[in-house]
Ligand binder design. Structure first.
Ligand code: CU
Length: 216
């Protein structure tokens, strides 16, 4: 019976761990130095440090647009795709990281779609060509999408050495080119600034209503 107090102690230590976690505040700007929204700041895959924390996310369909434009999840998570429009959509992706199709629907008749493989998944609608959005499937649990001010905050990192990089849908060049190394102590607060050049916007994103709804 001597083992019992030990087990309780271990549980308490585990529960207290997040309070001693490190965080990273990131600022992402574009080629002109302006804040860049919809950039995913994430910890690149690291050997022996991946903690699965799958969650469920939602990519809505409103006013014939996907909302949000960029969603980041950890591999193993699932996304539901409710259609809140009065018309039907047909959501699909041909991306190697996840290929799927949800036959024409209104409401939310389909089961959430699981994303097991890290990578970028481009979403589309077979009916409305302009509808597009992205799912960034992260190998690690540490990631965040920048807001309208280009800011993202990664929380809950254990002390350690990290390589942080940025992915953006319109990024010119490889995400790995943005990589920065950072060592964090138990309650360390890292600050990083990234500059991401975008490809020329040949096909502007048309979603004034969705933008307003999202507060961007
Ligand atoms: Cu559609």
């Amino acid at each position: 019976m001597h083992a019992l107090p030990m087990i309780i102690l271990s549980v308490l230590v585990a529960a207290a761990a997040p309070a001693r976690a490190a965080s990273i505040a990131a600022q992402v700007v574009d080629e002109s130095g302006s804040p860049l929204a919809f950039a995913v700041v994430h910890v690149a895959p690291l050997a022996g440090q991946v903690l699965p924390a799958p969650a469920e996310a939602v990519v809505d369909q409103q006013d014939r647009e996907f909302l949000p434009y960029v969603t980041a999840i950890q591999a193993g998570s699932a996304i539901s795709f409710p259609n809140n429009d009065a018309i039907r959509h047909q959501v699909y992706s041909f991306s190697p990281a996840k290929s799927f199709e949800l036959p024409l629907y209104k409401g939310n008749p389909h089961r959430p779609v699981a994303f097991e493989q890290p990578g970028v998944v481009a979403l589309g609608c077979n009916i409305h060509d302009w509808m597009n959005a992205f799912v960034f499937v992260s190998a690690t649990p540490w990631f965040a999408v920048t807001d309208a001010s280009g800011k993202a905050r990664l929380e809950g990192l254990p002390a350690g050495d990290y390589r942080i990089q940025v992915w953006h849908p319109k990024q010119q060049g490889e995400p790995a080119e943005t990589a920065q190394a950072l060592s964090l102590t138990a309650e360390g607060q890292g600050e990083l600034r990234f500059a991401v050049s975008r490809k020329s916007l040949l096909r502007p994103w048309r979603a004034p209503t969705a933008l307003k709804t999202a507060g961007y």
